[in-house]
Design a binder for this molecule. Structure first.
Ligand code: 16G
Ligand code: ZN
Length: 583
């Protein structure tokens, strides 16, 4: 009875304006922030139900609209493993968000709880718990209130407000909490800083004598006092090249820059300057800045100038789950040399591959070798040159449709799965089984005094600690990039030159009904209307290195066209002619 009343009360506090329609798309619900309260309240009810269904394991609710304009807002749910909510629940999310009145909502919840065997109405204090996070948007606090009321509408559910966070921080906290590991923000920072310092500053000389190594659990070891002492022996400031140390970070006037400011002084060998940091007067969230802007426009963000020519720069998006790098190469225009998600992926793949090769080098003892299934996952937007580069490294490259949930799922199939979208969202997933193999191999190598191999194993373990295992994370991605560059002694230029991107062009086409276009083969081919693929093939055949695909957007009411060819002009003209066929 109380359960019924609470649901009715919550639903009537945030009535759905007539004519509103929400859809749980690739990134949850999104709309103008001022209209989002009903959807947020209902998503919160769902997050509590999800937790109740899973025996009270914590779920997460993030209030953010990522790289979208500041007036927008959104909400999405994280599952107990820190990943996106199970797709099987998305249709119910839609139904709940669009329930026309309180009574309809109540009936939906009761029916769903029955179908899914979710215990409702009591069952103790910890029947359900939801961690809440939000970005810096002005509507965030108001929507937080709607979320709290949604969670309180489920009897026995507890809301834990984690405050203003990056999206990946909240996903990390949900995952850590359910694993029983320390899950506060300072735990997150400590883990990032320690593993960063480990990879970047662990010089061969630092491990002069392996007898000094304590026999201990390796992961514990990574954050142990021993390592801390060891790191203190390594000069914090390796001196050297000022340009190599300097990194300018465009924080998109969002939460990522704020968090980076908090930890930057602890990052040895790096001199980080944050621009568009979100401080009063510095600019508007995501406006003319941020990872999405830089990746799409390929020009310098607001707040940068010709004085920054030659300096390595990075750009985050508004909730810090996307990362790209760039560098201004000339003073004459505002164009940048872009290092997108594909090249970040390539750097990670190269590094991991190298460490595995070191471990397995001259291996005559089978018990030392570490056979690893290493795979990379991309989407059709990945630049053709990157895919070629990765295949030449001998790696398995898989393609999935656009959207983190698809890439993440595929990456879980490997011992080490690296996924990135060209837009800069991605991470590296290490399977638990592989981590334990790595730990035991590492111990063995340690007792055999195989220094180089042991260190390579430790570097991989440190990488698994550094890079967010729940979701793509710009802060941890940035630190892994910087650690690898320091470890390899590479400049930004060295990294850029891994391969040269094929010229490409993206267009969007407004159409009557974008759902009329249906794609297949990870969005590389159109299956309906069937004549369209023939036209695309015909156009593409006119160009050397030509590649082109179209897909309906999951976040906007448009059809997107992507074309690649050997020159910029050719890529533009291919995109244009295909766009004409779409119209
Ligand atoms: C969302 C997705 C992103 C994808 C983008 C594509 C998540 C968390 N985010 O932002 O991965 O690249 O949508 O947008 O899944 P589009 O469908 O409009 O091209
Ligand atoms: Zn984002």
């Amino acid at each position: 009875q109380e359960q019924r009343q609470r649901l009715l009360a919550a639903a009537s506090r945030f009535p759905l304006p007539s004519g509103t329609r929400f859809s749980y798309g690739t990134a949850g619900f999104r709309a103008d922030g001022a209209t989002m309260a009903p959807a947020v309240c209902r998503a919160a009810i769902l997050a509590a139900l999800r937790s109740a269904k899973l025996g009270g394991a914590a779920t997460g609710l993030v209030i953010t609209a990522s790289h979208n304009p500041v007036r927008d807002n959104g909400v999405k749910i994280a599952d107990p493993d820190g990943g996106m909510m199970d797709q099987r629940w998305e249709p119910f999310a839609d139904a709940l968000a669009n329930a026309p009145d309180p009574d309809a909502l109540l009936q939906l919840v009761l029916q769903f709880a029955k179908d899914e065997e979710i215990p409702l109405g009591g069952g103790g204090q910890h029947m359900a718990q939801v961690l809440l996070g939000r970005d810096t948007r002005p509507t965030g606090e108001y929507l937080l209130d709607a979320a709290l009321q949604g969670i309180n509408a489920i009897v026995g559910a507890r809301a834990i407000d984690m405050g203003i966070l990056t999206t990946p921080q909240l996903h990390w906290m949900v995952r850590s909490k359910n694993k029983g590991i320390k899950a506060s923000e300072s735990d997150y920072f400590t883990q990032l800083i320690d593993s960063f310092r480990f990879i970047s500053t662990l010089l061969p000389a630092a491990f002069g004598s392996l007898e000094e190594l304590p026999e201990t659990d390796v992961l514990e070891f990574l954050t142990s006092n021993f390592i801390r002492r060891l790191l203190e022996l390594v000069p914090k400031d390796k001196g050297g090249d000022e340009l190599a140390k300097k990194l300018i970070v465009d924080g998109a006037n969002g939460i990522g820059g704020v968090k980076l400011e908090q930890i930057k002084t602890e990052l040895s060998g790096l001199d980080i300057v944050v621009r568009n940091s979100g401080k009063e007067g510095e600019g508007i969230l995501n406006h003319m800045c941020g990872a999405d802007f830089v990746q799409k426009e390929r020009v310098i963000p607001h707040g940068f100038s010709s004085e920054d020519v030659g300096v390595r720069c990075a750009s985050l998006d508004g909730d810090a789950d996307r990362l790209v790098y760039f560098c201004m190469s000339s003073t004459s225009d505002n164009r940048v040399d872009l290092v997108d998600g594909d090249k970040i992926l390539s750097l990670f793949a190269l590094f991991i591959r190298e460490q595995l090769d070191i471990i397995n080098k001259n291996d005559d003892q089978a018990n030392r070798s570490l056979p690893a299934k290493l795979g990379v996952v991309q989407t059709a937007y990945a630049n053709g040159a990157s895919t070629k580069f990765l295949k030449n490294l001998g790696l398995e490259v898989a393609l999935t449709p656009t959207g983190v949930k698809y890439l993440h799922k595929k990456a879980l199939e490997y011992d080490i799965g690296i996924y990135f979208e060209a837009n800069g969202h991605g991470t590296v997933l290490f399977s638990e089984d592989f981590i334990s193999q790595l730990e035991s191999v590492s111990k063995k190598l340690c007792s055999e005094a195989a220094v180089a191999q042991h260190q390579a194993a430790m570097r991989l373990l440190a990488a698994s600690q550094l890079i967010n295992q729940a979701v793509g994370d710009a802060l941890s991605g940035l630190l892994l990039v910087e650690a690898i560059l320091q470890y390899k002694g590479w400049s930004f230029q060295n990294w850029c030159e891994l391969y040269s991107d094929l010229p490409s062009r993206q267009l969007k086409v407004k159409v009557e009904d974008r759902t009329a276009i249906v794609t297949t083969n990870a969005e590389t081919k159109v299956s309906q209307p069937s004549s369209l693929q023939e036209l695309i093939d015909m156009e593409t055949a006119n160009y050397t290195h030509g590649r082109c695909f179209v897909r309906p957007s999951g976040t906007e009411d448009v059809v997107r066209v992507y074309a690649e060819a050997s020159t910029q002009e050719a890529a533009e003209s291919l995109a244009k002619s295909v766009a004409d066929h779409v119209e």
